[in-house]
Design a protein around this ligand. Structure first.
Ligand SMILES: NC(=O)C1=CN([C@@H]2O[C@H](COP(=O)(O)OP(=O)(O)OC[C@H]3O[C@@H](n4cnc5c(N)ncnc54)[C@H](OP(=O)(O)O)[C@@H]3O)[C@@H](O)[C@H]2O)C=CC1
Ligand SMILES: CC(=O)[C@@H](O)[C@H](O)COP(=O)(O)O
Ligand SMILES: [Mn+2]
Length: 381
């Protein structure tokens, strides 16, 4: 039986992780859960899965949860609560499904406590990849990718000689506006941006998919997860999201991983690796699909992906700022404060203003993350 803790159990990845657990209750024990503000769902989850510990965003919410869960469940809150969920239970594996770089400290706490990581929270690796990677190396724990593209690459690399990889290609759906030109992006609404063609996900990643920031974050995530140079990481538009990504080897052989767009497959793989079991998902029927399509990436259409590559190559605090400026810009777009096209302008302005520091320690990462947020919040159009 695998003991797991979930950071972000009330979100899209968190609920799908619990769906996997519910379909194979004999395989998993839920030790701890964390939600943010959705106490109704967290209380339901706590009463169903009976964790020893749950965490919420604030003390008031913790008091509310405490009155509605069994006496055996301890309730904590805030960043300290997240760190407790990450590190202070008997969990073998922590699923990091928080959104944003707020996941960094809890993830590091889990690693320091010797937990294996099921990594969905890509912003953590983007913001402080060198610190996370070093902590993982020191502790000798495993990081099992949950992000669908990285799970695909992880599966393609299984048993292969890493030195014989020539490059990897991360596939991109193109997001909610993939059939629009840049001119047609003027005046698009939040509701339109939230309509992802293939995946049902949280709001922030859905906007990131439309701006192609998501692919940018994934390129940096892949750099750290698979120890590849940026020249070895390509992005290809593949509207159907059936080929989740692929690896090319020096002999020109390609190994790809395919499946219907359903996150429960990569989530379960991370939970049960190296074993595979049946999942409550639909079988991929290629004959029914008939055709798959591919388009070359257009960096003029998607400048955020260009900025992500530049930030990754620059390294140091630059990816931290790229990520934090984007988080604030997306939050402002979702609140109706800025337009869709202004997201990329906010990121660009933050990157231009920022002075990059190489090999930053955690405190400097935090400082630069905060600086980028304040700067991105202050820009007026
Ligand atoms: N969704 C997907 O299919 C995929 C997601 N990912 C990555 O996984 C991560 C999670 O994404 P997703 O599940 O879509 O995001 P959601 O927005 O659906 O969920 C985010 C989770 O974080 C919690 N949270 C947010 N703010 C706080 C806070 N201040 N304190 C404590 N908890 C908080 C939310 O709690 P609450 O709702 O209770 O406030 C929720 O549980 C992201 O990094 C994303 O990029 C990667 C691949 C696919
Ligand atoms: C499901 C998943 O892994 C997402 O990160 C997905 O990749 C988003 O789709 P895009 O390809 O549109 O960014
Ligand atoms: Mn992805």
């Amino acid at each position: 039986m695998k003991r797991i803790a979930i950071l972000g159990s009330t979100g899209s990845i968190g609920t799908q992780t619990l769906d996997i657990v519910q379909h194979a209750p004999e395989k998993f024990q839920v030790e701890a859960l964390s939600g943010g503000y959705n106490t109704k769902l967290l209380i339901e989850q706590a009463n169903q899965f009976k964790p020893k510990l749950v965490s919420v965003a604030t003390k008031e919410l913790a008091d509310e949860v405490l009155m509605n869960v069994s006496a055996g469940t301890k309730v904590v809150y805030g960043e300290e609560g997240l760190i407790e969920v990450a590190a202070a239970t008997d969990a073998d594996l922590v699923v990091t499904a928080l959104v944003g770089s707020q996941g960094l400290r809890p993830t590091l706490a889990a690693i320091d406590a010797g937990k294996h990581i099921g990594l969905a929270n890509k912003e953590t690796l983007v913001s402080a990849g060198h610190i996370v990677t070093e902590a993982v190396r020191k502790k000798g724990i495993a990081v099992l990718p949950i992000d669908s593209e990285h799970s695909a690459i992880y599966q393609c690399l299984n048993g292969e000689n890493r030195s014989q990889v020539s490059k990897i290609t991360i596939t991109a759906s193109g997001g909610s506006f993939r059939e629009r030109t840049r001119a047609e992006l003027e005046g698009v609404t939040v509701e339109q941006a939230l309509q992802h063609p293939n995946w049902s996900m949280g709001a922030k990643i859905t906007i990131d998919s439309a701006t192609m920031v998501n692919k940018g974050l994934e390129v940096i995530e892949a750099h750290w997860l698979f120890d590849l140079s940026y020249d070895q990481i390509d992005v290809l538009i593949h509207p159907e999201s059936v080929i989740h990504s692929y690896v090319e080897f020096v002999d020109n052989s390609i190994i790809a991983q395919l499946g219907n767009p359903d996150m429960r497959v990569p989530i379960q793989y991370a939970l049960t690796y190296p074993d595979r079991y049946t999942t409550p998902t639909k079988r991929l029927d290629l004959a029914a699909i008939g055709k798959l399509h591919f388009r070359e990436m257009d960096y003029t259409r998607y400048p955020c992906l260009r900025m992500a590559y530049e930030s990754g190559r620059q390294g140091g605090t630059t990816p931290t700022v790229f990520n934090a400026a984007n988080e604030m810009a997306v939050a402002r777009f979702l609140k109706g404060e800025i337009t869709f096209l202004q997201i990329e302008q906010v990121i660009e302005a933050a990157l231009q203003k920022h002075e990059s520091y190489s090999n930053p320690e955690l405190d400097l990462i935090h400082e630069q993350d905060q600086w980028a947020r304040s700067f991105a919040e202050s820009i007026q159009f």
